[in-house]
Design a protein around this ligand. Structure first.
Ligand SMILES: *Cc1c(COP(=O)(O)O)cnc(C)c1O
Length: 391
């Protein structure tokens, strides 16, 4: 049968029909352990009762009204996000790219308020910020930009985890108004920067009156062992974007702002028809309450470290495994050669994993994964890695 879907994804040959917790089942009732969570989306796993309940309850009363009217549950969600993050206010969109678009617009308004007519946002090589024209221009990956010129102006790229490079760029370019950076690069290969990287960026932004903007679309909502990755550094950014795990599968994005960044997007400056509608907000609120009630941030920290240690032990004699790194449940197994084939091999063995940057196995298990499932993940994948690399 010919597909009528545009071939933007090289899809794996499997169709899932149901899920429960960290398990998925396909059409033939074969069971898979999900160590990817729909790319850091389903932090609460599949078919979580709290999500089911929020969806049912809200769909019985009201799905959508429009942002032309007050939306009580959107207010509640924004309040909760600000309490958890220390930010001041929130704009809701429907995806990570849209959240970052809002951030880029805030940066440009900030620049124009300072009488900078061509404001520039400093971004990182190997970064990923989305697929819209604005966010793909910000993205530091030529493959994602290929074929889409002219790119949006107003971005300068420097290497990741290099504060000196940021300093030099700021000195050379007086039009820089903001720094947009991922606390850990996800798509770029689970790149974990030096522990004080964000603290140093905060200092530079304060010194030079720039907005510090964090793309926490992948790292946010408990993934790294804290609500937000910046909380490991005891700093607060001026802007922080969220999406992926905020809705556990319903499409929602958020751009949070603080202080001077929080007053720029005023009436008529931005909008979204669907953004923050009652349905997605009640689900997102249930997500936050569940993570809080089940102490899943701490669990992500503990389980992530346990997984890292177990893999390190299982793979210690394999000289092709260079490193197993993690921050909470954002886990990368660094091999010395391309290993993209492992994704299909693991799938056949009933295990969902991902490979980024060609040589890094990326694991993003649901935060609710249990001990037995962790043991299965470690033993199964270690065997596959050992077989594969020793051929
Ligand atoms: C996934 C991702 C995005 C894009 O999110 P979409 O919802 O696909 O638009 C942006 N930034 C980061 C860091 C991401 O991981």
């Amino acid at each position: 049968m010919t597909s009528h879907i545009m071939p933007t994804y090289g899809r794996l040959p499997v169709t899932f029909t149901k899920g429960e917790g960290a398990w998925l089942w396909d059409e033939n009732n074969k069971r898979y352990l999900d160590a990817l969570s729909g790319i850091a989306v389903c932090n609460l796993g599949h078919a979580h009762p709290a999500i089911h309940e929020a969806l049912c309850k809200q769909s019985k009363t009201l799905l959508h009204t429009s942002n032309l009217y007050n939306i009580e549950v959107q207010e509640q969600l924004a309040t909760k996000l600000c309490q958890l993050s220390g930010m001041d206010n929130v704009f809701f969109g429907n995806s990570g790219a849209e959240a970052n678009e809002a951030a880029i617009k805030i940066a440009r308004l900030y620049g124009h308020n300072k009488n900078i007519t061509n404001p520039v946002v400093l971004v990182m090589q190997k970064s990923f910020h989305g697929r819209t024209m604005g966010t793909l221009s910000a993205t530091g990956n030529p493959i994602i930009q290929d074929g889409f010129s002219p790119l949006l102006e107003g971005f300068v790229h420097v290497s990741y985890n290099d504060t000196h490079a940021i300093e030099i760029a700021i000195q050379q370019n007086p039009n820089i108004v903001a720094v947009l950076v991922e606390p850990i690069q996800g798509e770029g290969g689970v790149n974990i920067p030096a522990p004080d990287y964000l603290t140093q960026i905060r200092k530079l932004c304060d010194q030079h009156d720039l907005l510090m903007m964090l793309d926490e679309v992948q790292t946010g909502i408990g993934r790294t062992g804290a609500w937000f990755a910046f909380q490991h550094n005891n700093i607060t950014p001026d802007v922080c974007t969220l999406a992926k795990a905020l809705g556990n599968g319903v499409p929602i994005g958020a751009c949070m702002a603080k202080g001077k960044a929080a007053t720029l997007l005023t009436a008529g400056k931005h909008g979204s028809t669907f953004g923050g509608n009652p349905l997605v907000c009640s689900v997102a609120l249930a997500v936050l309450n569940t993570i809080e009630n089940e102490n899943l941030c701490q669990q992500a920290a503990d389980k992530g470290d346990a997984i890292q240690q177990a893999f390190t032990e299982q793979l210690k004699n394999n000289k092709h495994v260079l490193e197993v790194r993690n921050k909470g449940m954002m886990i990368g197994i660094q091999l010395d050669a391309p290993c993209t084939e492992l994704v299909a091999i693991a799938l056949a063995e009933g295990l969902l994993i991902n490979v980024t940057g060609a040589t890094t196995i990326r694991l993003l298990p649901p935060l609710i994964i249990n001990k037995e499932q962790i043991e299965l993940l470690v033993s199964k994948l270690s065997v596959l890695v050992n077989c594969h690399t020793q051929q």
